[in-house]
Design a protein around this ligand. Structure first.
Ligand code: ADP
Ligand code: 5GP
Length: 189
């Protein structure tokens, strides 16, 4: 039997860079190994410690464009000078096998998914304040000053879009935020 998205198995997290999406997802996956996290493709350079086909499929712009032109992405967008996209094949396969699928993508991609998968639950992760967001991006110490500036600029646009989402979770206390996400996606009562 093909499990459709209307069964409520596609979930999406969006939020400004540095808000803590990766941290939340790591904990969520360790508590709920049945969730399958989609691995995105990107043209950005790997950060220290990032592994191809595990954190991202790292691609050249030519490879990315080729896959996009073949209709291989569920959605894709440009973010801070690089392309990012969700390869559709694996997502559709996992949904068909009945697994909950989680996407972690930026605003433009979330808007595309809203068009193609209106039943997907879209959660926006917000910071307690803009100052705290900047502290977290800088504290992570993975990005250049230019990349940080681009991400903070984009964060303003993302934060003003939060009311488009099905739910807003403020990542103040990590544990509390995880529990709220678990309730939203129906993993606990
Ligand atoms: P994103 O994936 O949204 O870009 P990360 O998960 O990389 O963000 O988190 C950015 C930084 O913020 C990391 O250093 C992380 O440890 C920290 N962080 C995440 N959640 C919290 C939280 N609730 N309180 C304080 N720091 C946090
Ligand atoms: P980073 O470079 O920090 O890993 O990611 C930058 C932004 O790209 C984040 O907001 C992240 O959610 C977003 N992103 C990651 N993968 C995808 C994807 O497949 N599609 C889209 N649209 N955005 C993505």
């Amino acid at each position: 039997m093909v499990t459709s998205v209307s069964d409520g198995k596609l979930f999406l997290l969006t939020g400004p860079s540095g808000v803590g999406k990766g941290t939340l997802i790591k904990t969520l996956l360790s508590r709920h190994p049945e969730i399958w996290l989609s691995i995105s493709a990107t043209t950005r350079q790997p950060r220290d410690g990032e592994i191809d086909a595990r954190h991202y499929y790292f691609m050249s712009r030519a490879e990315f464009s080729e896959l996009a032109s073949q209709g291989g992405f569920l959605e894709w967008a440009e973010f801070a000078g690089n392309f990012y996209g969700t390869p559709s094949k694996e997502v559709r396969e996992r949904l068909s096998s009945g697994r909950p699928v989680l996407l972690e993508i930026e605003l433009e991609g979330a808007r595309q998914v809203r068009g193609s998968f209106p039943e997907a639950l879209q959660i926006f992760v917000a910071p307690p304040s803009f100052e705290e967001l900047e502290r977290r991006i800088r504290g992570r110490a993975t990005d250049s000053e230019e990349a940080i500036a681009q991400r903070l600029f984009r964060a303003n646009e993302e934060l003003s879009s939060q009311n488009e989402f099905d739910a807003i979770v403020i990542n103040d206390d990590l544990q509390r935020a995880i529990e709220e996400i678990e309730r939203l996606i129906g993993l606990v009562n």
